[in-house]
Write a protein that binds this ligand. Structure first.
Ligand code: CAA
Ligand code: NAD
Length: 294
């Protein structure tokens, strides 16, 4: 089996920065591609902050943190991905954007390299089939925050070869993740179940069953969840949530996957959750407070 040593990560947002960090921590050389220097600085700032915190807490040595950082190189040039053995994309949840990106990358990266998508919802085959290597294409779905969450769903498209699928499982395990294989069905396992749950929380809010913080506090105290569903939606990013809903609704045509009106209005207002400072909560103060605008 082809050995993976050099990993390309495309997109350094919420997910990409975490995937780059866990890959470098597991000893891989990482090439991270973002759109411009501003996005690269933001991404590397987050990684540096987390590594510094691990050193402060005594969970890592300065030497190890420096070595992890030294294994990550950044670029806005697709050309630098040419020698990667595996390229993982973590750009926005938009099929046209992902296809445009793969067109560039497929033409540059060596033919024996594996390609993987971290998509939350899109069927993997829809990306795989548009590249010259559908048999070397799979899904590697990490969870937010990738540095902490144990799971990686390893998704096998109808075209994925045994070699590529095994390489994906082994890669996730080498990062000390729990690799769970899933079929290539929109939303896979976790989002198939988790997204309708978050959407139902929004509907419960719309129906006046409870306020934003009452719904969150109830699910934390009553179901043992680490975050309430509306806090979690803000954490995932409401723009990403909206895109996931559209993909799942389009696939299954079931009301439970449709965007509730409150979510649609929030997206129109540009309230994408924690990443923009406003979502179900307002994050501008010392601690989050329910957003009075919704
Ligand atoms: N990035 C990196 N590391 C983070 C982090 C972040 N955003 N937030 C917390 N951490 C780390 C902390 O550094 C800390 O690490 P150490 O134990 O090594 O010190 C650890 O996580 C615990 O952090 P805290 O004590 O500050 O906070 P916590 O105990 O409340 O845990 C949490 C934070 C892990 C995020 C927890 O609240 C949680 O599990 N929330 C639910 C997350 C979840 O459900 N994610 C899945 C979302 S769905 C998805 O990802 C799929 C999709 O396609 C949309
Ligand atoms: P994000 O908006 O935080 O980050 C996306 C990043 O991609 C941005 O920094 C943007 O500048 C960059 N980008 C866009 N086009 C690019 C290109 N052509 N080349 C390089 N960089 C590019 O989004 P995110 O939350 O990190 O989501 C990324 C992917 O991961 C999506 O497919 C999403 O569905 C999936 N995902 C998200 C979560 C989550 O909780 N947010 C969890 C698992 C999977």
């Amino acid at each position: 089996m082809a050995e993976i040593k050099r990993v390309g990560v495309i997109g350094g947002g919420l997910m990409g920065h975490g995937i780059a960090q866990v890959s470098a921590t597991a000893g891989y050389d990482v090439v991270l591609r973002e759109v411009d220097q501003g996005a690269i600085d933001k991404c590397m700032g987050k990684i540096q902050k987390q590594l510094a915190r691990a050193v402060e807490k005594g969970k890592s040595t300065q030497e190890d943190a420096d070595a992890i950082l030294a294994r990550i190189t950044t670029t806005s040039d697709y050309g630098e991905l040419a020698d990667c053995d595996l390229v993982i994309e973590a750009i926005s949840e938009s099929l046209p954007a992902k296809l445009e990106m793969w067109k560039e990358v497929d033409a540059i990266v060596k033919p024996e390299a594996f390609f993987a998508s971290n998509t939350s919802s899109l069927a993997i085959i829809d990306q795989a089939a548009q590249t010259s290597r559908p048999e070397r294409f799979l899904g590697l779905h990490y969870f937010n925050p990738a540095q902490v969450m144990k799971l990686v769903e390893v998704i096998r498209a109808v075209t994925t070869s045994d070699e590529a699928f095994e390489a994906g499982l082994e890669f996730a395990r080498s990062q000390k993740k729990l690799a769970i294989p899933t079929k290539d069905k929109a939303g896979f396992i976790v989002n198939r179940l988790l997204v309708p749950y978050m959407l139902d929380a929004i509907r419960a809010y719309e129906e006046g069953v409870g306020s934003v913080d009452e719904i969150d506090d109830a699910m934390k105290a009553g179901a043992g969840h680490p975050m309430g569903p509306l806090t979690l939606a803000d954490f995932v990013g409401l723009d990403t949530m909206g895109s996931i809903c559209d993909v799942l609704f389009d696939e299954f045509r079931e009301r439970r996957f449709a965007q509730p009106p409150t979510l649609r209005k929030m997206l129109s207002a540009g309230w994408y959750g924690r990443k923009t400072g406003k979502g179900f909560y307002d994050y501008s103060g010392e601690s989050p407070v329910p957003n009075p605008g919704i």
